[in-house]
Design a protein around this ligand. Structure first.
Ligand SMILES: O=C(O)C(=O)Cc1ccc(O)cc1
Ligand SMILES: [Fe+2]
Length: 403
């Protein structure tokens, strides 16, 4: 029986910033001497057909066509279609020419997926220098790109698998997106006929690692980017009858960027994390959580636009209604509506979160999307892990991979 609840974990392992009780150690988290991580800037996907991938995210997830770079803007090698939903920006890129080696190989190995997680930063050069001193691999040294709106400084570092982080410093830039892009883009008239989901910002981005690589990767963020651990759980907590996983969340000093890092743990059957790693061909981004302030409206809309979500059984809601009777927390939303839409609820004495997970958004069982609404709750849904993982395993079983 699943018994450990999230607030138990938080009491044990995580207190306020400044002093953190983590794995029995009190750690002081100090602000970095140079630079500042502000937020997720945008996510870049490498896909087989950027034009069609962008169209899918617009039609199904309610993104708006935003910016374009390609042959017509003087870019000869890589086409980019940027789409936007409030503060969330996804950029879909594909190779334009035959034999494009790097993007071609990436596509053959990974299929469509997230290639780069860009952060908005202050003092890009300072942050890169620090990371270099600590031993980070610099994929591309700092460079500047300008247009009539000003100048942006960028740099790229390597993180897990073939995934990279771009640091984007926009302090001297006033344009709508980035230099080199036009915002004069085609808009499918169909989009105006559809209801808007109301998604707001990227809440967190999760990376899956192969066996025993989670700690190394979490350490990488602590050492090279001066992130710290937010809270962590181990496989004694995260398991179903069949499989288990471990997870560590790393975050920047201001806790505006949250990056859970997962690894499989041994169980009777193949972990969902192992299934991901097999199909992605290594470490990579498993899910992107998008924050909304009205999840009932968001999910009603997303379902009407054709997004498919995982479903938990009614027994989950029956148990939850019982447990909530003795909790000081009151759910503002209609429980009937949440149950009808199969939205998951996790809570502690001070607040709660509502979350739901899409099915994979490409043919390989790799990336999926989470929609999350928070009410004074900074967790990731630990109380839902068992029900959620069982739902994931039902899908895994249909794919012949719960072996
Ligand atoms: O940790 C998170 O961010 C979650 O949203 C919960 C979760 C953890 C691991 C999974 O494989 C799927 C979902
Ligand atoms: Fe999540």
């Amino acid at each position: 029986m699943y018994s450990v609840s999230y607030h138990g974990l938080r009491d044990k392992r995580y207190t306020d910033k400044g002093e953190k009780l983590l794995e029995g150690l009190i750690m002081t988290v100090r602000p970095p001497e140079v630079g500042k991580f502000l937020s997720f800037d945008h996510l870049t996907f490498w896909v087989g057909n950027a034009k069609q991938a962008a169209s899918y995210y617009c039609t199904c997830f309610g993104f708006e066509p935003f910016a374009y770079s390609g042959l017509e803007t003087g870019e000869r090698n890589v086409v980019s279609h940027a789409v936007k939903h409030d503060k969330i920006i996804f950029v879909f890129q594909s190779a334009l020419n035959p034999g494009s080696d790097e993007m071609g190989k990436h596509l053959v190995i990974h299929g469509d997926g997230v290639k780069d997680i860009a952060f908005s930063v202050e003092d890009c050069r300072g942050i890169v220098e620090k990371a270099r001193q600590k031993g980070a691999k610099i994929v591309r040294e700092p460079w500047e790109k300008s247009d009539e709106f000003g100048s942006v400084t960028y740099a790229i570092v390597q993180t897990y698998g073939d995934t990279t982080h771009t640091f984007v410093e926009r302090t001297n830039y006033k344009g709508p997106f980035l230099p080199g892009y036009t915002t004069d883009v085609f808009r499918n008239p169909l989009l105006d006929t559809l209801p808007k989901p109301g998604l707001r910002f990227i809440d967190h981005v999760v990376g899956n690692q192969p066996d025993d690589e989670m700690v190394t990767i979490a350490d990488w963020y602590e050492k090279n980017l001066l992130f710290h651990r937010f809270w962590s759980v181990d496989d004694s907590v995260l398991h179903t009858d069949y499989s288990s996983l471990r997870s560590i969340v790393v975050t920047n000093y201001d806790e505006t960027i949250k990056m859970p890092i997962n690894e499989p743990a041994s169980g009777k059957r193949k972990s969902q994390i192992a299934e991901y790693v097999d199909y992605y061909g290594g470490a990579g981004v498993q899910h992107i959580a998008l924050n909304t302030s009205d999840i009932i409206s968001a999910i009603t809309t997303l379902k009407s636009r054709g997004v498919e979500f995982l479903e938990v059984p009614d027994s989950y809601f029956n148990m939850l209604r019982e447990r909530l009777k003795t909790s000081p927390v009151k759910i503002e939303e209609s429980m009937d509506k949440l149950q009808q839409l199969k939205i998951l609820i996790d809570y502690d004495d001070n607040g709660y979160l509502l979350q739901i997970f899409s099915k994979p958004v490409q043919d390989r069982p790799t990336l999926f999307i989470e929609i999350i609404q928070r009410h004074n709750h900074t967790g990731f849904g630990a109380g839902n892990f068992k029900a959620l993982f069982e739902a994931i395993e039902r899908e895994q079983d249909k794919r012949g991979n719960l072996v």
